[in-house]
Structure formats: structure tokens, C-alpha cells
Ligand binder design. Sequence first.
Ligand code: FE
Ligand code: CA
Length: 550
Amino acid sequence: MTPAKQPAQSQSSHAPELRAAARHLGRRRFLTVTGAAAALAFSVNLPTAGAASAAELDAARITDDPFTLGVASGDPQSDSVLLWTRLAPAPYQADSGLPPQRVEVGWELALDERFRRVVRRGTATAHPEFHHTVHVEAGPLPPGQVYFYRFRAGSWISPVGRTRTAPSPYSRVSDLTFGLVSCQKYDEGYYTAYKHLAQEDVDVVFHLGDYLYEYAVNATGGSRAYPAGTLPGLFNRETVTLEDYRLRYALYKSDPDLRAAHAAHPFVVTWDDHETENNYADDTPENSVPPEEFLIRRAAAYRAYWENMPLRRPQLPDGPDLKLYRRLHWGRLAQFDVLDTRQYRSNQAYGDGWQYSGPESEDPSRTLTGDAQERWLVNGWHRSNALWNVVPQQVTFARRYNSTTLPSQVSMDSWDGYPASRDRVLAGAQAAGIENLMVLTGDVHVSYGFDIKRDFDDPRSRTLGTEIVTTSVTSGRDGSEKPSNWDTLMAANPHLKFFNGRRGYAKVSLGRDLARADFKTVSHVTTQGAPLTTAGSFVTEVGEQGLKPA
Ligand code: FE
Ligand code: CA
């Protein structure tokens, strides 16, 4: 049976959702949602066994290794882990080298790497409707425990992954260490940063967006400079369709260093723009494509994202909508409010880019988060009993002037382009009594360490928290220690404490007394083998926020 032939039951279970969507969205948007859903043959729920792809493939008939894209885990909770893999014996073919039939996949969770002490095992179905991806929520499990996991299809066994449950929500955990990554344009360099990150002793990795880029990739892999013809021509066009996005994830996950990092640590992911299209805002694309048409593309991008990321079921997309913002806890040490600043934002003011602030960007009705997410964030802070309140998100939060003479231009794509939105969030943090705020950011392909000021134009105003901006893994190619605008930015922004233009990642440790951030860099990415350097180390103290050299 082909994926397009959904059983009647699945259609009817879809109807109440669509009626609800119609009430909320209005007619134009509703037609778009149903159009996108029909175009991609969606069902709202995961197909149940026997409901959709009725035919089952005997896994014994899979003659080539289906675990070419590795394994991953994500969103650790105190009582369960989310395990991911995808079956793809031929990852650069649209059908992955599998017939449109479901495959039963076995999984095991053990306390040891050799699987002598298996604590859970089960089977999951890889559906062709979801490109033979597997998402297993394994639990219930005890808190604060390291686990090893693997999958089996027929006689094939996957690489082994390592993951962990979060501590009990009530426990007074003493420390947590995490990695930060973003922006990994495949054709601008090797994933040397991931090779090093895979060796780090971190509890979890936050991916802050631009997991992939939509632009065409040539047959030599761009800066990777493979022999001509190494990559098939199908990558040499911008991703638009579901098939394009799915194949692009296969290309990225073909990298062994990325697979090693996923296998070594659980990831908590959020997207930025390039997983869909450069600098889109809600239903407004970069170029003059009608929103109706763009939302069909967005639905394809969101679906491929869910399929390929270690995300839980609440993040399953519905047409062009996917609720990515969510909350995670690390005992009473940290609350993480993972944001999505793309899906609900007002369009960039003044045509985007670096512009002067003015009535258009300062309009208080404009939003970067959307009203619902903003309320959810601030309400969550009011209920928080965590020592650290951490906000993993995409675009630069602190004010960033690019000139020492005023007025200065600011980036319309970041929080600077939505100052009323930022002010409401900061006012909300203050009203909730949040004392140790840390914002985690990607997007800009450089490392920054900022103090978050209540009023960025008054250096004497209260420091409400800190912002750790991780550089890119590869985007922008090798970069440089001191970009040409280094002196200007440091002078124009007294709350900017660190700025470095190399590639790499950040490592942050939260403790009961202080947090420490290490900015890790590699000297080059266009060739392999660069060693790792710690380019800067800072601490911020509990109750006395502000970055100081460690
Ligand atoms: Fe980027
Ligand atoms: Ca970006």
C-alpha cells in the first residue's frame, strides 16, 4: 500500500483537528493548512501498527546495513529517554533503498556498553510514511542514570549510543555540564568540533539551530574539496520538497563526527531559519513567494526535521505547524525553556538586515516569540523553583551596536529588531524574581559572551543574567580569532565581554555557586584534524550575575 492511501479511521480522526484549526486560524490560513496536509498525505497521529503501511517487510530481507545514519537520543526526562534511528541501506536514494513497507525494529537499553545488563527491550515500527525513522520513548526508568542503547533490524545491529535520564525533579543536584552547538553548513567544512565534542564529558548537548542549510551542495562538497563527483547531483539544488529535505538530512548525517557526537550524548534541539529557509518569519519567506505556497514548503521542512531529530511525540508536526518550544528540568538545579523564535515571529522590520531602530521595529505589537510562547515562558518562570533558569534559543538576545557613534544600526533578524518583545521578556523575568538567568544562542557564527542588562543603553543598570553565544561548527569556513569588527563591537557594547571568530562549540557547567562557560575553538575546518583550544573561560556567580574571566 502506498503512503498516500490512508485508512478511513485516520481521515476521520483528522477532522476534529482541522475544524479546530479552522476556528483558530481563519479561512485563508485554514485552506493553507489543509492544502499542505493533503499535499504531503499527512495524518495527524503516528500510524498505528496495521493501520497505515499494511505490508510488513521481513527485516531478514534487508541485505545492506540499514544503520548508515547512526543513532541519537534526545530530551532526557527523569523517567524516560527518547531513542532515535533511521533505516537507510541506501541513504542517497529517495526511498532509502527500502520498499514502502513497515519494518519492525528491536531496541535494547542497558547499564553497560556490552549489553550484559539489559534493563529494557522492545520493538518499534519504522513506517515508510515517516521515512523509516524510529522514535522510541523508553521508560519508565529511574532518574539520574547513564544508559547504552542499540537497535536491531533482521541480522543488522546499530552502533551503540550512550544517553541518560535527568535527575529527579526534586533532587538538589550539585552540577550539570552541557555542550552548545549551532550552524553546521556541511559544505563549508569538516565537523572537527563534533569530533572533539564527542570526547567531552557533558551530560547533554543543546543544538541551537541551522542543523542543515537549504542551499545547493555541489559534487565536491564545497570547502570539503572532495574529488569531483563524490556527491550525487541531487544535492546540487535548494531544498524545497519533502524529498529534498529528507535527502539533505541523510547527507549531513553521513558525516562520522556528527554521528559520533549524537551517539555520545543526548541532544536537545531547536531550529533556526535554515532548516526551512534563510531568515523566514512565520509564513513570510525570504523571497516573494505567496505565504500559501511557502507554508507547504514549511510543512515539508518541519516534517523532515521531526523525522530526523531525537524529538518526542508532542513535537510531531501537524501540516505546517510543529510545537518545538518546550520545558526540561535538571532536578532543582536548572529549568530549560527551549524557544522557537522563527515559527511565530512578526516579519523583520525595515526589510531585514542591519538597520536603524525606529517606529517600525519598535512597534509594541510586534513579537519574536508569538503571544502564546511569551506567556508560557513568563508563566513558567513564575512557577520555577530552579536555581538557574536557562533559555536555549536561536538569535542574539543582547543589544549589539555595530558602530561607536550613535545612532547605530542593529540586526533586524535578532532580538534587537524586536525590542518590545525583549523588554516584555526581561520585565517578565524580573516580575517572576528570576535571579540566575542564562540565555543560550547560536546563529551568528562567532562566539560572544554578554551580560544581559535591564537597560542596555545604561551600563549602570542591573545585570539580569548572561548570554552565551556559541560559534558555528563550520558555517563561515575557517573564520579568524579577531574578526575585522572586533574593536568596534567591543567598544560599542560594554556588556560584551568576549568575542571570537573561530569555529567550535561552547561548554557550560552549572553549579550551586557559579556557572562556568568555556569557549572551545578549532583553528580550521576546511581541512581535517585541527586541535581544540579553549579561547576563553568565564564565570558568573549565583546571586551576582555578570561574566568575569575564570
Ligand atoms: Fe547559521
Ligand atoms: Ca540562522
